[in-house]
Write a protein that binds this ligand. Structure first.
Ligand code: C2E
Ligand code: MG
Ligand code: MG
Length: 899
């Protein structure tokens, strides 16, 4: 890169040096020894050996180049008299060039043109120079009559048009040529730029034709320039692009150069300052170049893309400033040479820049490159002509004008290119922005949709059951509320699947869930437009019948539900049979809340369950009453446990033979705050259903054991008394049954052998291995086990021997049926059978509910060992029984303590 920079600078230096050297050497000024030529008017001249131009035959514009002879006057002090004298005649040197050129010279040059007219016709021709840059042109015409008398006509760049012989921007003179004349005419030329004598002669008509042609093209060139300036000026205003500002300045600079060259400046702008005109010739191009370089830097983005070349470019700019200033401080000629060479070098440099950037793929550089190239080629040709290397023909001399116009056109196109690129970029940007916006919008839409979906899902979820997809409790409540508010007719079917809990427990929840799904599908299949089914949770479904007119509609639906559910469900390997208990309730004005109607339907459903499941029950307000009572009781029972409102009564168990008390059965009583003593038959079932029996049961057991322990301690004779405690089936199912009992025995200090647990017979219907295991463990502790109410529970007799039972307690219903006298009846046989069974299994028997003497006697006779009943004693409170025991252990009891 650095090397390139030095190469560039060196190139510039060489170019300038080369042109400098050539221009000062003035190669065409040296004398030559060729015979001068003459222009001869006519066609019969024989004495002349040189080529002859015949004007009359071939009306043309004759280039005078080779007909001219030159004489240099470096001191500028020769006069026409001296010049035209024979002494000087020999000093004239003929030109061998069509366009004699003397380079950048400060000398005055004299030009001799011999004219011969051998016809009898006087003519007037026009002699003109096709080079603008000659400051002074003086024409010396000899007077045909008076020798040494000369007519002088003046023109040139520094002469106003008005003073010129022919009103033309270029030097031109009328030349009258008398008939049969032979004369030399002289031109005196002076210029500070390069002197090129591109002279022609022609008849006036042709001259004007030629001129109007040339002026047409010059006019066209000005037209282009003005158009380009205006066009780009408007673009500058509308686009506010600095490139256009530079462009307009460059175009104005070029225009000023043209104005100077075409003499217009001298005519109208700076008539009085000839020096200014000359300076303008280079000053303006230089300043224009400065801006052009600025434009280049901006357009090609050299600072960013080519930093090293950019520095070089800046050096060129600095050079232009120095050169411009040089016009004010240094002699014109060297600065002019330097300036014109520098201008050429600059066009070379910018062309190079154009090539490099274009090759680097910066496609905007294409028009820029063309503009530089056109200017470079044209300037190069002209510079060559100015220096005399090539003839300064009209086209060569005008080529910079063409080059500059091409430059302006191409620069304009380049700017257009750039604007198009900007536009395309902007468009692309807008497109991208639009695309982004679109994407954003799409995203937003998506999010919105998702939110909406979620909202809908939430709304759906809020009112639907996830498992079955059925409407849920919230939906049902809302709908019922609506129906109640609008006093519309409706009915509900509270449906509960029977055995579902068992299925769930035994086959697992996944199967249970699947069953619910299938069941819900079946339930949905029987819906009509007025009916809906909602899942309340678990295995509870509620059908809502709207616009219902009769109970029949509801019962019909209930039947349909039963039918649907009774069909077997095939779930994988299982074939399940279920049924449903349904409670039907119709809405009426008494119901103000959805909960109320559902509560009653639920009650009816319970009723159906109680009545054997797999059926429907229509709600009866009486049921509600008992249910309410039950609910109250349940609530009170909870409080009672909390407040410890329970106490134990004890009923003696006596030996039927000896009538001695052998033990007592603990029977719980509830001392209601109202003062009433409530019997266990009224609350034990509820306690069992609600699970309250657990805490209550353990308290009873502990209290019983403690009490018995106390009696053992109190009565030494009664130390073999045992205590019978009723154990609920719910307690029996508890896992920590054995552990708890052990703990209680440990706490109370009672030995296991004095404890007898009474278990209702129904318990053994569904006893499991675990329960059996527990019973065995209890037996191992020495605890006795007794089947309570034996004979009522349909226990399978063939399994009895597998159970670790000690005692069978004959249910009081059998004892009740014993009649007085010795007549054998079925009841006696049953008791007999039970006693025999007990004996065969090594168990003893207790008869309960003995109220009469004959019953006791009969039982004793039948072999029943123990008895219990009002005959011996009613259940007594602690104190009363203690009293009884006191008496007993002094004398055998045969008294009834209370009636
Ligand atoms: P159960 O275990 O069969 O108790 C015998 C029931 O018969 C007692 O009723 C008792 O008062 C009554 N009874 C005794 N002798 C006669 C008689 O000569 N004639 C008549 N008509 N009845 C007689 P109670 O105390 O009302 O107990 C009812 C049932 O409540 C008990 O039947 C038992 O199953 C249950 N129960 C009582 N106390 C408890 C307890 O502490 N725990 C549990 N789980 N259940 C208990
Ligand atoms: Mg009992
Ligand atoms: Mg009983």
């Amino acid at each position: 890169m650095k090397l390139r920079f030095y190469l560039q600078s060196f190139l510039l230096f060489l170019t300038i040096l080369l042109f400098w050297g050539i221009s000062v050497s003035q190669p065409f000024g040296s004398p030559q020894t060729t015979t001068p030529q003459s222009i001869i008017i006519g066609n019969n001249v024989t004495s002349i050996t040189k080529p002859i131009i015949s004007v009359t035959d071939r009306p043309e514009i004759y280039p005078l180049g080779t007909y001219l002879e030159f004489l240099e006057d470096p001191d500028k002090n020769l006069t026409i008299t001296e010049i035209s004298s024979p002494a000087f005649s020999q000093k004239f040197v003929p030109s061998k060039w069509q366009t004699p050129t003397f380079g950048f010279t400060t000398s005055t040059y004299w030009v001799k043109l011999p004219l011969v007219n051998d016809t009898n016709k006087s003519v007037e021709w026009v002699l003109f120079l096709e080079h603008q840059l000659i400051d002074h042109v003086e024409l010396y015409l000899p007077d045909p009559q008076l020798p040494q008398v000369w007519t002088v006509k003046k023109t040139g760049l520094l002469y106003p048009f008005i003073t010129r012989d022919i009103l033309d921007r270029l030097p031109a003179f009328r030349i009258p040529i008398p008939a049969y004349s032979k004369q030399n005419i002289y031109l005196r030329l002076e210029t500070t730029t390069s002197l090129i004598v591109n002279a022609f002669i022609s008849n006036p008509m042709l001259f004007w034709k030629h001129r109007s042609n040339a002026n047409f093209w010059i006019g066209i060139s000005y037209g282009i320039i003005i158009f380009a300036i205006l066009y780009n000026f408007f673009l500058l205003i509308s686009l506010r692009d600095i490139g256009y500002l530079y462009y307009v300045i460059i175009a104005l600079g070029i225009t000023i150069c043209f104005i100077v060259i075409d003499g217009v400046g001298m005519q109208y702008l700076w008539q009085k300052t000839a020096y200014w005109n000359k300076s303008a010739l280079f000053l303006f191009p230089l300043l224009t170049v400065f801006i052009f370089l600025q434009w280049t830097a901006d357009f090609l983005q050299t600072r960013q893309l080519l930093p090293r070349w950019h520095r070089c470019l800046q050096l060129y700019q600095i050079a232009t400033i120095f050169l411009s200033l040089g016009f004010f401080y240094f002699p014109y000629r060297p600065i002019a040479i330097l300036g014109s060479s520098f201008l050429l070098a600059t066009t070379g440099f910018t062309t190079l820049l154009g090539i490099i950037t274009y090759r680097r793929g910066y496609y905007l550089a294409r028009y820029y490159l063309l503009s530089c190239l056109s200017l470079f080629v044209s300037s190069f040709l002209r510079q060559l002509a100015l220096l005399g290397f090539i003839p300064g023909s009209l086209w060569i001399m005008e080529s910079p004008r063409i080059g500059l116009i091409a430059l302006m056109v191409f620069l304009s196109l380049a700017l257009g290119d750039r604007i198009n690129l900007f536009k395309a970029e902007k468009l692309q940007e807008q497109k991208l922005a639009l695309q982004e916006k679109d994407e954003l919008n799409a995203d937003l839409k998506l999010i919105q949709e998702q939110l909406l979906k979620r909202e809908r899902k939430l709304e759906y979820d809020a009112y639907h059951d996830i498992l079955t997809g059925l409407p849920n409790r919230a939906w049902l409540m809302q709908r019922l509320q609506y129906l109640i508010q609008n006093q519309l007719s409706y009915g509900v079917l509270f449906t509960d699947l029977d055995q579902f809990k068992t299925i769930n427990d035994t086959l697992g929840h996944p199967v249970g869930d699947r069953l619910l799904k299938y069941a819900s599908l079946r339930l949905q299949s029987i819906l009509n437009p007025q009916t809906n089914v909602a899942r309340l949770g678990g295995d509870e479904f509620v059908f809502l019948l709207e616009d219902i007119t009769s109970m029949e509609e509801a019962t019909k639906l209930a039947d349909l539900v039963q039918m649907q559910l009774q069909l077997p469900f095939k779930l994988g390997n299982y074939e399940l049979f279920i049924s449903a208990s349904i409670g039907i309730n119709l809405g009426n004005q008494d119901y103000q809340k959805p909960e109320e109607i559902l509560r009653d339907a639920d009650l009816a459903m319970y009723q159906a369950k109680r009545k054997g499941r797999g059926r429907y029950e229509i709600f009866d307000p009486l049921v509600r009453h008992s249910a309410m009572k039950r609910l109250d009781l349940e609530r009170e029972l909870r409080q009672a446990i909390h407040r410890q409102e329970f106490c134990l009564y004890y009923q003696p168990i006596v030996c039927l033979k000896t009538q001695q008390i052998r033990g007592v059965e603990a029977l719980v009583r509830w001392q209601h705050p109202s003062g009433k003593i409530i019997s266990p038959s009224q609350f034990i079932l509820i306690a069992e259903e609600t699970g309250l029996i657990n805490s209550l049961g353990w308290w009873i057991l502990e209290e019983s054991c403690r009490q018995m322990k106390q009696w053992h301690q109190e009565f030494s004779d009664g130390s073999s008394l045992f205590i019978n405690v009723n154990i609920s089936p719910v307690q029996l199912k508890q896992q920590d049954l054995v552990k708890n009992i052990k703990l209680i025995l440990h706490k109370t200090g009672l030995l296991g052998c004095y404890l007898k647990l009474e278990i209702t017979e129904s318990c053994f219907l569904e006893n499991t291995d675990a329960q059996l295991e527990a019973l065995n463990q209890l037996r191992e502790l020495g605890i006795n086990l007794c089947i309570d109410d034996f004979g009522t529970g349909y226990s399978s007799l063939n399994r009895l021997h597998t159970l670790p039972i000690n005692t069978l307690k004959i249910d009081q219903s059998f004892v009740n049926r014993l009649t007085a006298g010795n007549n054998g009846d079925g009841n006696t046989e049953i008791i007999e059978m039970i006693v025999a069974l007990a004996h065969s299994l090594d168990m003893n028997t207790v008869a309960e509910g003995i109220e009469f003497e004959f019953q006791a006697e009969k039982l004793a006779y039948l072999g029943c060992q123990f008895g219990q009943g009002y005959l011996f004693s009613r259940p007594l409170d602690k104190q009363s029984l203690t009293q009884l025991l006191k008496v007993t252990f002094q004398q055998p009891i045969n008294i009834v303590t209370n009636g």
